[in-house]
Design a protein around this ligand. Structure first.
Ligand SMILES: Cc1cc2nc3c(=O)[nH]c(=O)nc-3n(C[C@H](O)[C@H](O)[C@H](O)COP(=O)(O)O)c2cc1C
Length: 138
């Protein structure tokens, strides 16, 4: 299984989550701008992005990136994660729907969300999810 962990983070909360997922998966976490690959080359992909704007994915870099690869996610195993602030997780519910509509297998059936900074328990859980992702059979 070839696994990628790709994220956007403004203040480091989602970055910390991405590093935990990547550690569990045995790969490096890559920012959107660092990821030069093609989603089609991976069997399992983790995506991290915080709630931004008004309950949306970050609009300048992440959403355009994700929109570009969304159609290639059919049949792949996908893990979603991200940090939020004052909202109720609406951005993640919408994101989950996009991933399911694309025909991907959403690991855990929902994204892993954390209010602001992840706790040690969150990081341990994310590491375990990363390991599960890397071992998942699509
Ligand atoms: C411009 C901006 C817009 C935001 N919009 C939302 C929002 O709509 N809903 C929400 O719950 N949190 C919102 N937040 C809070 C962030 O999601 C939260 O601080 C998160 O921890 C940031 O993650 P990061 O450290 O990975 O950038 C916003 C933060 C910023 C800076």
């Amino acid at each position: 299984m070839k696994t990628a962990v790709i994220y956007w983070s403004g203040t480091g909360n989602t970055e910390a989550m991405a590093n935990a997922v990547a550690e569990g998966a045995g790969v490096d976490a890559l920012t959107v701008s660092d990821f030069g690959g093609n989603a089609a080359d991976f069997d399992a992909l983790a995506f991290g992005c915080p709630a931004m704007g008004a309950e949306v994915l970050e609009e300048d870099e992440f959403d355009p990136f994700f929109t570009g690869i969304e159609k290639e996610l059919s049949g792949k195993t996908v893990l979603l994660f991200g940090s939020y602030g004052w909202g109720d997780g609406e951005w993640m519910r919408n994101w989950e729907e996009r991933v399911k509509a694309a025909g991907a297998n959403l690991l855990g059936d929902e994204g892993y969300i954390v209010n602001e900074a992840p706790s040690d328990d969150d990081l341990a859980r994310l590491k375990a999810l990363g390991a599960e992702l890397a071992g998942a059979q699509a």
